[in-house]
Design a protein around this ligand. Sequence first.
Ligand SMILES: NC(=O)C1=CN([C@@H]2O[C@H](COP(=O)(O)OP(=O)(O)OC[C@H]3O[C@@H](n4cnc5c(N)ncnc54)[C@H](O)[C@@H]3O)[C@@H](O)[C@H]2O)C=CC1
Ligand SMILES: CC(C)CCC[C@@H](C)[C@H]1CC[C@H]2C3=C(CC[C@]12C)[C@@]1(C)CCC(=O)C[C@@H]1CC3
Length: 345
Amino acid sequence: MATRIRPSSKRCAVIGGSGFLGRHLVEKLLEKGYTVTVFDIRQSYELPGVAFHVGDLCDKQALLTALQDVSLVFHCASPAPASDDRALFQKVNVDGTRIVIQACQERGVQKLVLTSSASVVFEGTDIKDGKEELPYAKKPIDYYTETKIQQEKLVLEACDKDKGFLTVAIRPHGIFGPQDPQLVPILVDTARRGKMKFIIGDGSNLVDFTFVENVVHGHILAAEHLKPDSPLCGKAYHITNDEPVRFWDFMSQVLVGLGYDAPRYHLPYQLVYGIALLLWLVALLLRPLVRIKPTFTPMRVALAGTHHYYSCARAKEDMGYRPPVSLKEGITRTVESYPHLRKGV
Ligand SMILES: NC(=O)C1=CN([C@@H]2O[C@H](COP(=O)(O)OP(=O)(O)OC[C@H]3O[C@@H](n4cnc5c(N)ncnc54)[C@H](O)[C@@H]3O)[C@@H](O)[C@H]2O)C=CC1
Ligand SMILES: CC(C)CCC[C@@H](C)[C@H]1CC[C@H]2C3=C(CC[C@]12C)[C@@]1(C)CCC(=O)C[C@@H]1CC3
């Protein structure tokens, strides 16, 4: 009788592996002896031993080809939050994630680890030491968050021990580190245009910024602890640096590290949020004629002016998570990795 040979548990695929988090994850997986396939709409680098499949995750056939003999899938693909494109978020994060789940099941993949976001519970008001039990945001702050909620629900509901298909969601927050295309580049661009002089609110709001290697560590721990009898099945986990920091202190440390002045003048939060909302509406109305991309979007202003930090006690308890890199060390390594963004360069 022919027996089906299960693929090795060290054969994995990283969907979105050409991105910021994806690439760091791929490098660490290789270091740990995994065989890695990357599936992404673009190929942004080359690495010996990594098989690249360029394709759209909405294309099931392309996914089925890439997932052959793979037992573990990390899904960390998403359109960038800044794209603010409702149809694209729906297509990739929701419809595309359904296709990822189907392709995994058809290919006999045993474990699916989703990169979700701690923002799935954020509605623009303070969250202090937020636990995973917090309800999903009823009024998500933007289309990106709205579809990340639906994506996470789809993946967690697909967990089925009887069918041998296990799922878990990692919720990182404010990922930063070398090669990040978002946080530091946007910050420096705003500073170069003379717009980083102001602190929104009183500057005392605490938030999580998480070094990318810690987020990678959380993903790999989750994959390795995800077993039929483990508490991880079908659950979400916050992965943070476990060192909440004042939003404006973090911004100032990065800016000063790169030779720019720290923001100094305070502006009332409600006023800036109102202006950002107005600009966003104007940009939306003018979209058929001209594409305007405001720097201070309502989402960014809300993130800059409220408390939003999360407890990672569940990850500590269930998978022994401890952040390997401190915030101080993470900031130093990040600043050193952007010599081209230094003031005057
Ligand atoms: N950067 C952050 O602060 C946070 C990010 N996340 C999540 O982490 C994940 C990774 O984010 P980053 O690395 O920051 O973003 P990124 O933009 O650097 O990487 C995303 C990757 O997904 C790929 N992709 C997009 N659409 C695709 C499609 N249709 N088919 C195949 N590949 C596609 C992109 O080409 C890109 O390489 C995302 O799911 C994001 O929602 C969660 C919390 C915070
Ligand atoms: C212009 C300034 C007020 C702010 C500049 C920095 C911002 C670009 C970043 C500060 C917090 C970041 C953040 C994200 C993107 C970049 C920031 C807004 C996310 C929205 C990325 C995707 C997520 O899932 C949540 C993140 C929260 C923090």
